[in-house]
Ligand binder design. Structure first.
Ligand code: ADP
Length: 591
């Protein structure tokens, strides 16, 4: 379902477009790096000038151009220049690092927040197809990879570029013959590096895939740690993890084997260039065709020219990794929701619910609902019952518009919900899900999640209606008690009641309870039943229940089997009819 646009293939161009507003900062950072490089080359030239002073004295470059008398004076001036140049180099080095790092941090932050906001907009159906770890690895690792490149890689590439240009200029000014010889290795190194990186790329892709697999396994396992322990599967899981980790190691080692050979190969090319400069330059000096000062500069410079190129491979490598990450990042940013949000924002006065001949299947799976119809008049409480897998939760998910039906319509107050904005739709509903999700924070914050601007009175009133007030007061810090990331410090029933309070505080027109009572003790069930009677009074309510006793007072009960309604009616009518519901009732009550 992940769609990648063409543009995401050109990672760098895409990044450049994305970072539009930071372009001035890129230019500034590039300027600092360039100036730093210039200052870095100057001392090399100064070495030549110093030797020139010592060898030629009054005929030296310093004496003829600047008219400075005496070797000692010339040396002092040179030392002064040197001092300033070194200080400037340090200054620009500092500014350059600062600029690139700040830029990469800013960019990283922006991409991360954009990506997260974007991912939140994608529909539930998309999440069904994703592996949590895979998404996490894009949101974490891939963004970090980009940071690593921007921190050092980018300025290194710029440095290399200027290095070749500046050093090349010094060479060209000295001797064209030696320049040609010194430059021979450059195309070999550059082309060699590019070919090398091409070969390395698929290996790095494998590394990325296996790290995604690894983080996905870790996430799943740590999340399911209690199941692992309960089944005493620690050893099995440890060895499974070892397998996945080993795949990662092997993928990395395969890439390392290849990349480690790179520098030694480049070294050979450098050696050739260096030897040529040494021999040919020396021959020119011996034949009085070159000054000793120039010769010494060239010998130093060959090193300066060629050695930095060894880092080209590594930087290209970093570049490739960063671009692979960029493609994944933009691939995700380019993924568009397939469900189209409606444009209307009706203010619903009353909220009747209607499913009209709805058919639905999950992403090409067998149909979950077929020609399913149901209607709930405004203000009534209806229950949906049926065996596991019958499609009860699916009905709720369609009502919340987590998915769209393949055929048919879901209507609220006679309006197809597809015409409405998500905000106006969800504002209507208070939802208590099967899997109660409590955020890390206080009890108060968790209840107020349903209505961030709620006051203390409102929060307590909601808690009271959900029969949660009593147990909250008994918690160590009452409403200020911090509950764990998934509310682990509370019992199942307590969590259900908090979740109910959170739904009620929104004062929703429609209250949706998904199996709110399946996992709770008798006392909680009684409490919830009492509160249900109260909180559903002036609302439309849909209650999915496993325990039929919870819903016997509902205005109507719909019995679902394999995505179809098989019976409906009041509790008494259904029991009297002697059908499926009556059979379930007998089983549950033991009558
Ligand atoms: P119930 O709530 O009645 O137990 P559900 O509505 O959860 O049943 O599920 C109905 C059917 O749809 C089941 O067969 C289930 O396996 C399938 N199903 C539920 N959620 C998904 C999903 N995200 N992807 C694919 N199939 C699903």
């Amino acid at each position: 379902m992940v769609t990648r646009s063409d543009s995401s293939r050109h990672g760098l161009r895409r990044l450049w477009t994305y970072a539009r507003q930071h372009r001035p900062k890129v230019v500034l950072a590039t300027s600092y790096t360039t100036l730093g490089k210039v200052m870095d080359v100057v001392p090399e030239v100064l070495i030549g000038v110093v030797i020139d002073v010592i060898v030629r004295g009054q005929e030296s470059f310093m004496a003829t151009i600047f008219g400075i008398d005496g070797r000692w004076n010339q040396l002092l001036v040179l030392a002064g220049i040197n001092l300033v140049v070194w200080m400037l180099e340090s200054l620009f080095g500092y500014l350059s690092t600062l600029a690139w790092r700040n830029l990469s941090q800013t960019l990283e932050h922006e991409i991360r927040t954009d990506l997260y906001s974007h991912v939140q907009k994608l529909e539930i159906g998309w999440f069904d197809e994703q592996r949590g770890g895979g998404l996490l690895s894009i949101l974490n690792d891939d963004i970090n990879q980009l940071e690593r490149f921007l921190d050092v890689g980018a300025s290194l590439l710029i440095t290399l570029f200027w290095n070749v240009i500046l050093v090349g200029a010094v060479f060209a000014a000295s001797s064209l013959l030696v320049t040609a010889l010194a430059f021979i290795p450059i195309p070999i190194i550059v082309i060699g590096s590019i070919i090398y990186q091409k070969r390395l790329q698929p290996r790095y892709s494998r590394v990325r895939e296996s790290v995604a697999e690894l983080s996905s396994t870790l996430t799943t396992n740590l999340g399911g740690i209690s199941t692992i322990k309960a089944f005493h599967a620690e050893d099995r899981e440890a060895s499974r993890l070892a397998g996945v980790s080993n795949d990662y190691r092997l993928a990395n080692q395969d890439a390392i084997r290849y990349s480690a050979a790179f520098v030694p190969l480049i070294r050979m090319a450098i050696l050739a260039g260096f030897t040529c400069t040494l021999v040919v330059g020396g021959w020119l000096v011996l034949n009085d065709q070159m000054e000793v000062g120039v010769y010494s500069v060239l010998v130093f410079m060959t090193q300066r020219l060629l050695w930095p190129l060894t880092s080209l491979g590594e930087t290209l490598d970093q570049y490739q990794r960063a671009m692979a990450s960029t493609r994944r990042i933009f691939g995700l940013l380019d993924t568009e929701p397939t469900m189209v949000e409606g444009s209307e924002s009706l203010d619903f006065g009353e909220a009747s619910i209607e499913f009209d001949a709805v058919s639905f299947s999950y992403n090409g799976h067998a149909p979950t609902l077929e020609d399913f119809s149901l209607s709930i008049p405004a203000g009534e409480t209806h229950a949906i019952v049926g065996s596991t897998g019958a499609g009860k939760s699916t009905i709720i998910k369609l009502l919340l518009r987590f998915y769209d039906p393949d055929k048919g319509h879901v209507r609220i107050a006679g309006v197809d919900i597809r015409t409405q904005r998500y905000s106006s739709l969800r504002k209507l509903m208070g939802y208590v899900s099967q899997d109660v999700f409590l955020f890390h924070g206080s009890v108060r914050e968790n209840i107020a999640y349903g209505k961030p601007d709620a006051d203390e009175q409102g929060i307590q009133a909601a808690a009271k209606s959900a029969e949660a007030h009593e147990f909250i007061r008994e918690l160590p810090d009452g409403y200020d008690t911090v509950i764990g990331e998934r509310g682990q410090k509370l019992s199942g029933g307590q969590r259900q009641r908090l979740s109910l309070a959170r739904a009620i505080i929104r004062d929703p027109k429609i209250l949706v309870l998904d199996e709110a009572t399946s996992a709770v003790d008798n006392e909680t069930e009684a409490a919830i039943q009492r509160s249900l009677a109260q909180v559903t009074k002036d609302r439309t309510a849909v209650v999915i229940a496993h325990r039929l006793s919870t819903v016997r007072n509902a205005d109507k009960i719909w019995v679902i089997e394999r995505g179809r309604v098989v019976e409906s009616g009041t509790h008494d009518a259904l029991v009297g009819a002697g059908g499926l519901y009556a059979a379930l009732w007998r089983v549950q009550t033991g009558l």
